[in-house]
Ligand binder design. Structure first.
Ligand code: ADP
Ligand code: MG
Length: 731
């Protein structure tokens, strides 16, 4: 019984999965009557309006629609409506749903039940229950903000994101989006700074709009549309891969002869089982009010993408979290596991999350949409430039906002944006910027360009900016697309950074514009001069070439752009003096809150790599070595028998020697890894993080290289781990 037939059981089970799953999930179509199901599990604005007393609705509407501060007096009335609505939907429990610094979401359920005097029970839910919760949440990372003696954290209702119902077969729970803070009011979550940054952006964008004479705009909000890439593999493989189960990625696995080279998966027809899964994911998301829109195969085999229609950024960020939750949940129903890790398979494309971002006014205008009139176009150029300036001024922060152990495998590899932050805006806009820098507009009217009709500013193309997949930050017609976000990450922090840095650059540009106008007396000239001055400084951030190329690394260096290759290189920038000042000035994060983020991110990094390294060691010791010993024994026996029979066993012996030498090499590296795993590198979190980066990771990689080589020498039926070929192609 030495052979690992178990692995073949898995393959066998996967082959039959289609039938099994059909039996479980039924053959019928899922109910896709969108008009009926969309938002049925989401407490929409319409429902609130319908059910709330008119005066309460009027007050609450100001908060939801117009970003005004919440009037606490509405809480009781809203609580009544919420409970009624939720119980009608079968909910027995409610939870304050929040986003701790782990990047996932958290919930602690309370039932609506309150015992009454007579020994029975009624259901109750008060304004207080709605407004504030006290999850016993002392185990969430706080980065030192909350010593255990003051461990309580509080959750508080965020009325701008709709409550929703999470269901399973047995029951339903009302989920109330909340922020999470310490008793001192310091943020312990991702949502609080996101909301604060949106407000900072609102204020500065409003100031800028005023300078443009737009006095009838009430607010500006950021919009987000987040595309999610993910892998699906059959759960039979997953359960036989301790690395996938504990780390979300494979720590071993030789590259199969056929990977993604043929590019035949990309946009190919979607396999049936996957398509059924997608239908059900979309249906669940529709019911939650998440407007998902597109689906397709991605580049790697087993890789797919889902994208929503954009929404106000706070709601979009919550919906992004829900999308990840639903993907994982529904995959299980179809006998699969959804892998959200940035790099589940070495040598195969990783997964990202494209964060599409723009801003919208209370009048519904997209500020990054080139307009029809000269005035609109001047305004477009101003806001467009503000974003590019933000990117240039804060490359470090943008890079740090997406740093994680998982994303390190992606950024800078030849498949994802490089670790260098630059922007792609398309040739036409690039040409316009050149004209602005040169100060004279030479542009004769090109086709498709909108004339500004004034001498100092050039023509603006509509829907310019085409595709350059190698750029981390691209202008795509009427929005920017930040492509370097990792697939597993919360979008909240990168968006917080984007909002805050753009708020600052709008602030600075507006100040400069107004001062210049004062001096020259002409708004157009002041604008042209402000833009010219800005581009003189920030033009190195614009890059239209191949971001994957080696030449770009050298060129970026010449331009003085940062190239922060790893999490450990980039995270320390979070608390650089200029960044502390930035976040404090716009009231987004205090120095202490920023310190706590740095500490938490480093801790997460250290813990993740530590788990990977220990899992690597364990898999080699308990699975790979035993299999290799058995196989070596078998080869040696053949050799022995051959010589017993008087036959020449030289070549067989050579085979044994090959395995033996790989095995010995593996043992040497395993020993080194083991020693590094025992070391901590120091007592502080930064020291530990440094240690795993400098010493543990390289040893782990060396172990993998040898183990993957060994896989290619071993008898297939001895190899204990499902192979890349099986996981990626047998479905
Ligand atoms: P692709 O990038 O694949 O070509 P699209 O350009 O249609 O696809 O859109 C990609 C994503 O960008 C979608 O999720 C979409 O909702 C989002 N998006 C479009 N316009 C905006 C906007 N103004 N603000 C934020 N996101 C947007
Ligand atoms: Mg896109």
């Amino acid at each position: 019984m030495s052979k690992t037939y178990k692995r073949f059981d898995a393959v066998e089970a996967v082959r039959k999965a289609q039938d099994t799953l059909l039996a479980i999930n039924g053959a019928g179509k899922v109910d896709m009557n969108i008009a009926r199901i969309f938002g049925e599990n989401c407490l929409s604005i319409d429902t609130l309006k319908e059910r709330l007393p008119a005066s309460v609705w009027k007050t609450l509407k100001k908060t939801i629609r117009d970003n005004e501060a919440l009037d606490m007096d509405v809480a009781d009335a809203v609580a009544v409506v919420m409970k009624e609505w939720a119980t009608e939907k079968g909910a027995t429990h409610y939870t304050h749903w929040f986003q701790p610094l782990t990047g996932a979401t958290a919930e602690k359920h309370d039932s609506f039940i309150t015992p009454n005097q007579g020994g029975g029970a009624i259901t109750a839910f008060s304004g207080n229950d709605l407004m504030r919760g006290e999850p016993d949440a002392s185990s969430f990372p706080s980065g030192g903000l909350r010593p255990t003696f003051e461990a309580r954290g509080y959750t508080a209702w965020d009325p701008t994101s709709p409550a929703f119902i999470m269901e399973n077969e047995k029951g339903a729970t009302l989920c109330i989006p909340t922020v999470f803070a310490s008793w001192k009011g310091e943020s312990l979550d991702f949502k609080t700074p996101l909301l604060r940054s949106t407000e900072a952006l609102n204020q500065q964008a409003m100031r800028a709009l005023q300078a443009f004479g737009q006095t009838d705009v009430k607010w500006v909000n950021a919009t987000g549309g987040f595309e999610q890439e993910y892998f699906l593999i059959d759960q039979e493989y997953y359960y036989r891969r301790p690395d996938l189960m504990t780390c979300g990625r494979t720590l071993f696995g030789a590259k199969p002869p056929r990977g993604q080279e043929l590019d035949d998966h990309y946009f190919g027809s979607i396999p049936d089982r996957i398509l059924s899964f997608m239908f059900e994911v979309e249906r669940e998301l529709y019911r939650l009010g998440v407007p998902v829109k597109t689906r397709h195969n991605e580049v790697a085999p087993g890789q797919f993408e889902i994208a929503p229609v954009f929404e106000k950024v706070n709601v979009a960020a919550d919906h992004q979290q829900l999308t990840m939750i639903v993907l994982k949940k529904v995959a299980r129903k179809y006998g699969m596991v959804c892998l959200l890790h940035e790099k589940p398979f070495l040598g195969i494309n990783g997964s990202g999350k494209h964060a599409n971002w723009s801003f919208v006014t209370s009048r519904g205008a997209n500020l990054l949409e080139p307009g029809d009139s000269p005035h609109e176009n001047m305004q477009f150029l101003f806001f467009f430039t503000a974003v590019l300036k933000a990117l240039y001024d804060h490359q470090d922060l943008m890079r740090a906002s997406i740093a994680s152990a998982g994303n390190d495998h992606r950024l800078g590899a030849n498949e994802a944006p490089p670790a260098i932050i630059s922007a792609y805006i398309g040739e036409q806009l690039d040409d316009i910027i050149l004209q602005i820098r040169n100060g004279g507009i030479t542009n004769s009217k090109k086709e498709g360009l909108l004339g500004l009709g004034i001498p100092v500013l050039p023509h603006i193309p509509k829907h310019a900016g085409d595709r350059n997949r190698t750029s981390p930050f691209a202008f795509t017609g009427n929005k920017f697309e930040f492509r370097a976000v990792g697939s597993e990450q919360s979008v909240s922090f990168p968006v917080t950074v984007l909002n805050t840095t753009v708020a600052q650059s709008l602030d600075e540009l507006t100040t400069s514009l107004l001062a210049m106008q004062e001096k020259t007396g002409s708004f157009e000239e002041a604008l042209a001069a402000t833009l010219k001055k800005t581009y003189e400084e920030i033009h190195p951030i614009l890059f239209h070439g191949d971001g994957y190329s080696v030449a770009w690394q050298a060129e970026a260096d010449k331009r003085g752009l940062l190239n922060l290759k790893s999490t450990m290189d980039s995270l320390p920038y979070l608390t650089a003096e200029k960044n502390v000042a930035l976040f404090e000035k716009y009231g987004v994060l205090s120095h202490r809150e920023l310190d706590s983020r740095l500490e938490t991110y480093l801790e997460q990094y250290f813990i993740k790599i530590n788990i990977e390294a220990e899992t690597t060691e364990e898999i080699v010791r308990t699975m790979i070595l035993p299999a290799a010993f058995r196989y070596l024994d078998e080869v040696l026996k053949v050799n022995e028998k051959l010589s017993g029979a008087g036959m020449d066993g030289k070549l067989i012996l050579k085979q044994a020697e090959e395995i033996h030498s790989n095995l010995s090499e593996l043992l040497v590296h395993l020993d080194r890894l083991s020693k590094q795993n025992i070391e901590l590198g120091g007592d502080t979190v930064p020291e530990k993080a440094r240690h795993v980066h400098d010493n543990v990771l390289p040893e782990m990689n060396r172990v993998r290289v040898v183990a993957d080589k060994l896989e290619k020498y071993m008898a297939d039926d001895y190899w204990p781990l499902p192979t890349y070929r099986e996981m990626l192609f047998v479905k």
